[in-house]
Design a protein around this ligand. Sequence first.
Ligand code: PEP
Length: 249
Amino acid sequence: MRKKIVAGNWKMNKSKTEAVALAQDLLSADFDKTVDLLIIPPFLYASELAEACADSRVQVGVQNCSEHTSGAYTGEVSVSMIRSVGVSHVLVGHSERREYFGEQNAVLAQKVDQVLAAGLTPIYCCGEQLSEREKNNHFSLVKSQLEEGLFHLSAEAIQQCVIAYEPVWAIGTGVTATADQAQEMHAFIRQLLTDQYGESVAQAIPVLYGGSCKPDNAQELFANSDVDGGLIGGASLVASDFVAIANSF
Ligand code: PEP
């Protein structure tokens, strides 16, 4: 039985006061007991929020990490720093990192290695731009993102990872992939994992959907056999929406 996970990527939003208030709202909310809950605030708040959530079911992640271990990398944050403040998960290769910060699969593979070496969980993001889907190139694009960023891992290591499929055309646009489009790509990802690592490993890895997932479409998306939860952007900034999504299984 794979984990069900709902993760909220807060991106570059919220003041510290607002971030603490949102976390407090979530800590006092009633959640489906079978779902793993994760908030992914900006770096600056991760330490305080990890402390606030320490004895709760809400886990805390961060949105990025350095591919380097330590040293003269001004402005960067290493995985050992991240681990030291009680954070458990790291987003790797979100489409905004790929698009605005030029992160490519090779450097993302290094980040995945860093995260795993620190004993943390990488959430490796993949997904195509609209132009790739229009050219019917979306399957091969996602395949190369996985092969180049993740498939260097051993069977043991990849089972420590979570994958998030996020079609870029659905992120922050209000356009959601249909339940069928999501399932089709998730099944494709599961098949790639099976081809590379075998059935039992492939069946163990959670694959989340992200892209304009909201309370009114989460249930339909999560009902798919290969959709194991969601990576939620905009709707994770409103406690009641995030709770409703997490309770949509
Ligand atoms: C995201 O950025 O990971 C995301 C899925 O955003 P949104 O839910 O706002 O589309």
